[in-house]
Design a protein around this ligand. Structure first.
Ligand SMILES: [Fe+2]
Length: 315
């Protein structure tokens, strides 16, 4: 079978069809998918019919899959450690009432790139819809390559050697969590260049997110203003589109050339069950046992909002 591609914006995003993602793909078919990803950055696959196992298996074509953090005594709603739970549900599958979990998810509704707060970056995220709200809950995507291309030369020059400092807890604070600065300062931060060359296309891209707290070597206020300005630049109407989900739809996005954010919905009353696999940049397809940085990062007990609280809510 061969891939059919229907672009969404002139240089960014495409609806893809013609491949059955539930079965094992040939090397040529995998290449068709990666070629489409390299060109379009985000691909949307409607009504895939995939289950959890097929989701994980398909994702392994693109590298090592990160695993959700382990916690002593923790309970898990989903059957594989490779599936990150992006739902508003507790371990029993009911809408969570846990304030920490609700607060944690608010950070997902800011423009971000998955795992920017980790040293080892995420290339593809593959999100599959299992249940969707009647209204809202779409996902928005922004093109960080074309947005970079369109920056004035003096800004490109200025950004060339700049390093962003990224913190998960910074994005949670931006989303309204009450996290003291000292706590953020005490926690792990990851450094990544603000501009990099996207390996699959050779195009330069901005690498920024709500997690990007400071710019190394810059005055804090100036650095934070720069980050805000860059996010505002990338998320102008001409660089963004949204996907409205139906059950069974999968979207694959390349975090190394895009940003995304979740749309609002009635999360206190409507179930939204989304499950995500997360590919580590630069790893071989089907790598199985690498290190486990997410467990390391989340091992410290938080004072406030944390992914552990989010996952364990309702126990
Ligand atoms: Fe995300």
């Amino acid at each position: 079978m061969s891939l059919h591609v229907e672009p969404i914006l002139p240089q960014f995003g495409a609806y893809c069809s013609g491949l059955d993602l539930t079965r094992q793909l040939s090397a040529d078919e995998v290449k068709q998918v990666t070629d489409a990803m390299d060109k379009w950055g985000v691909t949307v696959w409607c009504n895939t019919g995939m289950n959890d196992e097929q989701h994980v298996e398909f994702s392994r074509n693109f590298g090592y899959l990160e695993r959700v953090p382990l916690r002593e005594g923790g309970t898990y709603r989903l059957p594989f450690r490779e599936l990150f739970d992006a739902s508003n549900l507790n371990a029993e599958g009911e809408i969570t009432q846990d304030e920490a979990a609700i607060q944690y998810r608010k950070g997902d509704r800011l423009w971000h790139t998955d795992s920017a707060f980790m040293t080892k970056r995420t290339s593809y995220s593959l999100l599959l819809a299992h249940s969707v709200p009647g209204e809202g809950g779409q996902t928005w995507f922004a093109d960080t390559r074309t947005a970079y291309d369109d920056l004035p030369d003096h800004m490109k020059h200025f950004l060339e050697d700049k390093i962003g400092i990224n913190s998960l807890w910074w994005s949670r604070k931006l989303a309204g969590a009450d996290i003291p600065d000292e706590e953020i300062d005490a926690r792990f931060k990851a450094e990544h260049p603000l501009v990099h060359t996207h390996a699959g296309s050779g195009r330069k891209a901005l690498f920024i997110a709500a997690h990007t707290m400071d710019v190394k070597g810059m005055d804090k206020a100036e650095g934070r203003q720069l980050i805000q300005d860059l996010i505002a630049h990338c998320t102008q109407d001409k660089y963004i589109f949204s996907v409205s989900w139906n059950v069974g739809d999968m979207v694959i996005w390349d975090n190394l050339c895009s940003m995304h954010k979740g749309g609002e919905y009635d999360y206190a009353n409507e179930k939204r069950d989304m499950r995500r696999t997360t590919v580590r940049e630069g790893t071989e397809p089907r790598s199985l046992e690498l290190d486990d940085p997410f467990t390391e990062l989340f091992a410290a007990t938080p004072k406030v909002v944390d992914i552990n609280a989010a996952r364990d809510s309702g126990r």
